[in-house]
Design a protein around this ligand. Sequence first.
Ligand code: NAD
Ligand code: UGA
Length: 487
Amino acid sequence: MVSEIRYNLHLGYLKNNFFMKIKSICCIGAGYVGGPTMAVIALKCPHINVIVVDNNSEKINAWNGSLEKLPVYEPGLKNIIKKVRGRNLFFSNDVDNSIKKSEIIFMAVNTPTKKQGSGAGMAADLTYVEACARKIAEVSTSDKIIVEKSTLPVRTAEKIKEILSENSSGLKFEIISNPEFLAEGTAIEDLFKSDRVLIGGDQTDSGKAAVDLIVDIYKNWIPENKILKTNVWSSELSKLASNAMLAQRISSINSLSALCEKTGADIDEVSLAVGMDSRIGKEFLKASVGFGGSCFKKDILNLVYLSKYYGLDDVARYWNQVIKINNFQKSRFSKKVIDELNGTIRNKKITILGWAFKKNTNDSRESAAIEIADTFLNEGANISVYDPMVREKTIKEDMKELWINSGDSHDQIVSKSKQINIYNNAELAVNGSYCVCIITEWDEFRDYDWENLIKMMKKPSIIMDGRNIINKTLISKYTKKFYSIGK
Ligand code: NAD
Ligand code: UGA
């Protein structure tokens, strides 16, 4: 009690004398969240210096290098970086000094699904978050506000606080949860016009003061009625809940797409009809080959794990079903290709158009393309891939990671690697192919000269539209073997 009063007094003192003048923010993690988020804060808060650090020096060099080769591709990002880099936005490998000289530290490190130990395959791996907390405790020479930007299991702030208090020498740290809701491909738009900014803090005077200081940053461009203050646990759980509910909508519509294919209903018409009910809404009802991305699967698994941990097995099963339907959708798609090719695809060329998990990003983490390609490779097909933004190196690494995780032998890996060819042009990827699978909804795919592409394919030419982007009436002039989802 006495220490709490002293702590609150201390933070009160800091609020009046130090924190009120936030001069420098440090963000640990220069990835898909850290990079764009800090670029926007730097743009909207020219009075604050923003330093983004990462222990991956290759990434930092890329952020400091050519605007054409930034590590993250997002529409609009390049122009912001051009304006603020070197003005009040800096990318640095010097983690220690950047932490030392900043009053606020954002943690935007990755929180993947644990690969080993208790909770493997489900719980979030907090190794990187823990490493950040230890680093902050080790190098800090002044009190700080620590902001959880990464998506974390409920009650992580407690663990961070423990690490900080054990390692520090009398310094005070306030932990704030400020989860990020941007979606890749529209990150800048989302950051400019957030539906809401969620800021969770301790319900103490010092906690509330720290929350207000974070509110002050966002107030520079977000209307105050969109800034939501909650307790830390609500904020942490709301992030997992939002992702789970968004993914649930996709699995719901995808499950119905299978029923449409059996009954003659058209999933786009069903989506439209259902979504026009204002209680349901039209967003996130687009049937697809399955959702991908670095977050939905891992965050739902995390929710499943938390539910199990608290003995809520029915709740865990409920959310796990969202992932099961997503797997069902991906394997349904691959099976259809194999069936259409008379049950065997051995030595046949199959083209994958689109490797990114959605359009307008160079990110391919958990993209449906990865598992679909692997199914084809296991059946002995030769795969050719084209994506406008994902680099060849990334595609190869994605496959290698899957093979290693699925326990493939060295010989299998060598043999499967030889069955993949990656092209920087769609025509080369399609030439001589038995089947073209559209996995990402890149605009350019819609606009291709399909008449010409189909001429270059083996006959009968099979087109599988995993994103329902191709005009059926138009393409039916060139091939009878056109399939889309839920139609
Ligand atoms: P990312 O992998 O792109 O970036 C994380 C970065 O952190 C990497 O560059 C890594 O090198 C760096 N890092 C890890 N440990 C470090 C350490 N100890 N010191 C310095 N740097 C370190 O990840 P991301 O996609 O930006 O996601 C970050 C977090 O944000 C995750 O928790 C994710 O769930 C959440 N999130 C992601 C998105 C998204 O669209 N990608 C959206 C909202 C929230
Ligand atoms: C998602 C959420 O939308 C963000 O709010 C959240 O911040 C983020 O996760 C996160 O925590 O990382 P993101 O994964 O970047 O964003 O992209 P989404 O637009 O949500 O798309 C996810 C996947 O669902 C993609 O593969 C996309 O193609 C698919 N999708 C999306 C559909 O299949 N149908 C839809 O109607 C919408």
